[in-house]
Design a protein around this ligand. Structure first.
Ligand SMILES: *[C@@H]1O[C@H](CO)[C@@H](O)[C@H](O)[C@H]1NC(C)=O
Length: 164
């Protein structure tokens, strides 16, 4: 009886040791993570409601299915502690150049974010332009729906395997 317990105990210790080494060997750094995710479809944070412009936005977000090539993060131009996020519809713009930048991999190098500060002249000449900022990232759950600084800090690290 006693030896049976000892065997069971040593088996479960072995299982724990194996699990621990599996976790350790799957640890990767930021560049490895970015290079590994380059060809994968990714999940993006997006508003829970379908219509972001709707007045009833709860302010809550969820992770999408793994269907996107790029995730988008736009800091609120009036408050950089807030960001607007979504998965990128590839028909919404010409992303050739952006994708090309991500694919420019070298040994020990990876692009983590392509951020564009853009001006738009919606009104007649002479009136002020509207300026916005958007960042495009290419890793699972990379467009963290928090402040701009937190979003950038988050992208310095490998993405967690499972984000909820
Ligand atoms: C900016 O956004 C943050 C986060 O939503 C909020 O806590 C803060 O009050 C806002 N600041 C201003 C000036 O609106």
């Amino acid at each position: 009886m006693l030896s049976r317990t000892a065997i069971l105990l040593s088996c479960s210790l072995l299982a724990i040791a194996t699990a621990a080494s599996t976790v350790r060997s799957s640890m990767k750094n930021t560049v490895e993570d970015a290079q590994e995710q380059l060809t994968k479809k990714i999940r993006c944070w997006e508003p829970i409601e379908e219509n972001i412009a709707g007045a009833a936005f709860s302010g809550q977000h969820r992770l999408s299915e793994a269907v996107y090539e790029l995730c988008s993060y736009m800091p609120d131009p009036k408050n950089w502690s807030k960001g607007y996020v979504n998965g990128v519809d590839m028909d919404s713009d010409d992303y050739t150049t952006v994708l090309h930048m991500f694919q420019n991999v070298a040994r020990g190098y990876a692009v983590l974010n392509v951020c564009l500060q853009e001006g738009f002249q919606f009104h007649v000449q002479g009136r002020p332009s509207q300026v916005s900022m958007r960042c495009l990232c290419k890793r699972d759950g990379c467009n963290l729906p928090k402040g701009f600084t937190e979003f950038l800090e988050y992208n310095k690290l490998p993405m967690p395997e499972t984000t909820f």
